[in-house]
Design a protein around this ligand. Structure first.
Ligand SMILES: NC(=O)c1ccc[n+]([C@@H]2O[C@H](COP(=O)([O-])OP(=O)(O)OC[C@H]3O[C@@H](n4cnc5c(N)ncnc54)[C@H](OP(=O)(O)O)[C@@H]3O)[C@@H](O)[C@H]2O)c1
Length: 187
């Protein structure tokens, strides 16, 4: 009697041979990004841009820290249409709909293996710090207020970076503060 064995390989649904890595952050003029475990402001149009950029065509990953994951409202967890990669040192931690990464290299590996075109580093402070020297594009919304939080963006030496101002806005009914949105690129 002949026995036939069928081997099945699990391939990523889409393969990207080149994955772009970028960071996105909103900070006030003092570099604050968070208060407690939330954002210090309500900026609807900036949130809409965050969604548009990080979702793009639906083949992107986002990497975030466990505290940022926990700050997301249940209805936005996982962030839809993106591979959600959450960094935690706790080997027992899991978040429904997220893939856990225990170290930086693993987080990048997961994004690549998922076939992402773009991998966005979305915070918070601890995660920004670990990835700052691994990205060459940072999307910064500078919120025109000061002293708004207790969590700060890490020290960032902008020598060697070029700012391209894309858009600025004044406060209105949907946006508590004015802001300037720029893309910084390393040269
Ligand atoms: N303004 C913005 O654009 C923006 C964006 C995102 C977040 N935020 C704000 O930032 C604040 C959260 O930032 P945060 O710095 O407190 O926390 P975080 O960076 O979101 O998460 C920190 C957690 O990441 C995990 N982690 C850190 N280093 C790691 C490593 N080397 N390997 C594996 N896991 C690691 C640890 O999880 P375990 O403790 O589970 O080990 C740590 O507690 C909140 O206020 C949030 O609202 C602001």
């Amino acid at each position: 009697m002949t026995t036939t064995t069928t081997l099945t390989f699990q391939l990523p649904s889409r393969c990207s041979d080149k994955m772009k890595m970028a960071m996105i952050v909103a900070m006030d003029e003092d570099g604050f990004i968070g208060r407690g475990n939330g954002l210090p402001w309500k900026l609807a149009s900036d949130m809409a841009r965050f969604k548009r950029l990080t979702e793009a065509d639906g083949f992107n990953s986002v990497i975030m820290g466990r505290r940022t994951w926990e700050s997301l409202p249940d209805s936005f967890r996982p962030l839809p249409d993106r591979v959600n990669i959450v960094m935690s040192r706790d080997t027992d931690w899991s978040g429904g709909g997220a893939i856990t990464a225990l170290y930086v290299g693993r987080a990048i590996e997961i994004a690549f293996a998922e076939g992402s075109d773009e991998c966005w580093i979305i915070g918070g402070a601890q995660i920004y710090e670990m990835f700052l020297d691994r990205v060459d594009e940072i999307h910064v919304t500078e919120v025109h207020t000061k002293g708004s939080g207790d969590v700060r963006f890490p020290e960032w030496d902008r020598t060697g970076w070029t700012q391209n101002v894309i858009d600025s806005s004044h406060p209105d009914e949907d946006n508590e503060f004015g802001y300037t949105y720029s893309v910084w690129t390393k040269h």
